[in-house]
Design a protein around this ligand. Structure first.
Ligand SMILES: NC(=O)CC[C@H](N)C(=O)O
Length: 728
């Protein structure tokens, strides 16, 4: 009997939901462990508090003396929350968060000790961070990297550590993290959008990009998950036959949350509340053992930090509940994968959501301006958006089971399609007073304030308008949202800058009125943007053909998708906006392409190991049982055994065939890997891994899964899909 699998099953069946610590109102504990304005008012002088608030609102610098005041107050507050250590908390390009704890504790003369935390330690540090991916930006011998405080994301106490969100840059100034370019992209979109807003309202001084992510995930009993080397090492199952029942009956989606999962969620939400992560929604997702968690949207930088923090907490809380949380985009073949849909919008400091239709024709023209510019930005940079969500794991998810395909398109729904159609016919040049009134009353003025939202229906759309925001559905569940948010905010910033240039030109050179100029430019954008608008089934073959005709990219794999990052226009885009210089863009490409190679390499090794050392020996063992049976039948029945052992003999042969196929395929895969490893050009190497190593995965899996169906269940060593997906 396979002891590991059956022991794991036995343990998992005996687990009960954990008792929850949670009590009282959530609103009362919200942000309890965050150094927010309330905490600052208690622990900082007025001067220090104002310095932080100014830094948050206007990006003003904090001087050293004030930083000392802030750090002292912050330390006292953190100690009151039980903290003994502090850390600069940052997001290197591994996709995870990083921390290195230092104690507040310091010794003094005469054997005395105190707690100390100075301004310099708050503001800047130099972690020995030479082992993070840097894509050639640093050499090991000059590996200095600095972390610097980001006051726009408040410090928090997690466990016994004060965590200070920071950026992470090389000593030459290049960004080594996600946060730095994100902050720059947010600044760029703020500048560009504010300038455009002034056409409609002179009082607008700031535009903030908001993000509401939706985190999908799987919860698997920890013992069961740990019994599978593929889940432990790669985050997904590399083999496993589909269970007889998967998600066909749609009986999990929005169903009653299983008790153990519910206890986990409540515990997780409690932690989130303390840390100021405004989680609001929880439900069962489509696949068995799949769930979703979503917060109220926030300013993008904060939302990204909160999502990164959340992913970390999810794993920690899961351990307490004897679960393993799987963030992988496609942990199980044949059922839904997990996304992290990014709901994005822009809003002004005057309280207007720029992607929400308003009450008046004027506010609707503003809405249309931002709406159409966003679509145009996606059209121009569709390939870059695809690159922003590319990863080895997301490749498995895209194009099936309610995840969008690799072709980026925009879905806007029937009503707005009709509005755009009308606007497309606006007269070239100056508009007659009648036409303008007509437009304002009958087209722009008639956009319903609350759009009948039919937009969420199309689950095959990568970028869908959902009434008052765009939902970038292609983002994968394990991704750091900063990556897609850097691209989205940058491309919209660039588009808005171009738009303003064009409108200004018409006003200045053609003496057009502002509204006429806006209508004229928008009309041309609408015409051009038709290529990116698509309302149909994104999975259909017709769409692939049609998209090709329209000139849209269809980069199915990560190596293909990432290439565009090195193109001149992409590099120029980020450079001109001040988001990333050429070196930074190239470094990111290198890091991502290398990660792709390494992930495929790891999967290939794990698969080779499981196939050869778990599956084949089990198959041989079962074959021996059959042989023993046949031999026994022959001893007892003599020649008649051939009839009696007919099925067994067939099985013995079939098993041999599969064993042979597995062994030979694994050998071929290893040889292919060796060849790939000789390749020194990273792009070619990634491509080779994709085209020459990865295809073996499915082939090897096929034979292993066939054996799973043949071999005595009691002998099978790998926890099966039905057990991983239905035991909770
Ligand atoms: N119902 C849904 O929205 C499912 C989404 C799907 N899980 C994805 O991969 O994006």
């Amino acid at each position: 009997m396979s002891t590991l699998r059956f022991n794991a099953l036995k343990t998992s069946l005996n687990r009960a939901p954990l008792q929850n610590k949670e009590s009282g109102r959530r609103s009362e504990i919200f942000g309890f462990n965050v150094f927010n304005e309330t905490a600052m008012r208690q622990y900082l002088s007025k001067h220090a508090l104002n310095a932080v608030l100014q830094a948050v609102e206007k990006g003003t610098k904090i001087d050293r003396a004030t930083a000392d005041h802030i750090s002292t107050g912050m330390k006292e507050w953190a100690i009151s929350k039980g903290a003994t250590h502090y850390t600069h908390w940052f997001q290197p390009l591994t996709g995870a968060t990083a921390e290195k704890h230092d104690a507040f504790f310091e010794t003094m003369e005469a054997g005395l000790a105190i707690e100390r935390f100075e301004g310099t330690q708050l503001v800047q540090q130099e972690p020995d961070a030479s082992s993070f991916p840097h894509g050639g930006l640093r050499n090991t011998f000059e590996a200095r990297g600095y972390t610097a405080w980001d006051p726009t994301s408040p410090a928090f106490v997690y466990g016994t550590t004060l965590c200070i969100p920071t950026v992470f840059v090389a000593y030459t100034g290049e960004a080594l993290d996600y946060k730095t370019p994100l902050l720059r992209a947010l600044q760029a979109v703020d500048n560009a959008a504010t300038a455009v807003c002034k056409y409609f309202d002179k009082n607008v001084k700031k535009v903030t990009a908001s993000l509401g992510w939706e985190q999908e995930y799987f919860l698997v009993d920890e013992g069961l998950a740990r019994s599978r080397p593929d889940i432990v090492l790669t985050g997904r199952t590399l083999l496993g036959h589909s269970p007889a029942k998967g998600q066909q009956l749609d009986d999990h989606y929005f169903g009653t949350i299983p008790a153990r999962a519910m206890a986990y969620m409540r515990d997780l939400e409690h932690e989130c509340m303390l840390l100021g992560i405004p989680v609001k929604t929880r439900h069962n997702e489509v696949a068995p053992n799949q769930f979703e968690l979503a917060p109220i949207y926030e300013e993008t930088n904060l939302a990204v930090d909160h999502n990164s923090l959340l992913m970390d907490i999810m794993k920690k809380v899961a351990k307490r509940h004897y679960f393993m949380v799987l963030m992988h985009e496609k942990p199980f073949a044949g059922v839904n994968g997990s996304g992290k849909h990014n709901n994005w919008s822009l809003s002004t400091d005057t309280g207007i959501n720029l992607l929400s239709p308003g009450k008046t024709p004027m506010s609707n023209l503003q809405f249309l301006t931002f709406f159409i510019n966003t679509i145009k930005a996606v059209l121009t940079y569709e390939e870059l958006l695809r690159a922003a969500i590319a990863s080895a794991s997301n490749d498995h998810r895209l194009g099936a089971n309610e995840a969008p395909p690799a072709i980026i398109s925009v879905f806007i729904g029937e009503q707005l399609t009709a509005v755009l159609k009308e606007l497309e016919t606006v007269t070239k040049g100056k508009l007659s007073p009648k036409e303008k009134t007509d437009l304002k009353l009958n087209v722009v003025g008639k956009i319903p304030e609350i759009l009948l939202d039919n937009t969420d229906r199309n689950r095959t759309s990568p970028f869908a308008f959902t009434g008052n925001k765009f939902e970038f559905r292609a983002v994968g569940s394990s991704a750091n949202c900063a990556n897609p948010m850097i691209v989205l905010n940058s491309i919209v910033a660039k588009q808005l800058i171009d738009f303003k240039d064009e409108v200004d030109e018409l006003i200045e050179k053609k003496s057009m009125k502002k509204d006429d100029a806006v209508f004229n430019v928008l009309r041309e954008y609408i015409k051009a943007s038709k290529a990116i608008l698509f309302e149909g089934n994104g999975y259909s073959e017709e769409w692939e053909i049609e998209a090709k005709k329209r000139g849209l990219s269809n980069n199915k794999t990560t190596p293909e998708a990432l290439k565009v990052k090195l193109s001149k226009p992409s590099i120029a885009l980020f450079e001109n906006l001040g988001v990333m210089n050429k070196l930074e863009s190239e470094a990111r490409y290198e890091i991502e392409i290398e990660e792709y190679i390494l992930r495929i390499q790891i999967e290939s090794r794990v698969l080779g190991d499981i196939a050869r050392n778990h599956v084949v020996p089990t198959a041989v063992r079962y074959q021996n049982i059959l042989i023993e049976n046949v031999t026994g039948l022959k001893t007892i029945y003599g020649d008649m055994f051939k009839k009696l052992a007919k099925e067994q003999l067939m099985l013995i042969e079939e098993i041999s065939d599969h064993i042979e196929a597995i062994n030979s395929l694994v050998t071929q895969m290893i040889d292919a890997r060796k060849l790939c490893n000789k390749q020194t050009d990273l792009s070619k190497k990634a491509n080779d891994y994709c085209k020459k190593v990865k295809p073996f995965f499915e082939e090897i899996r096929y034979h292993c899964d066939k054996l799973e169906l043949m071999i005595d269940d009691e002998l099978w060593p790998l926890t099966k899909y039905r057990e991983l997906l239905f035991t909770n």
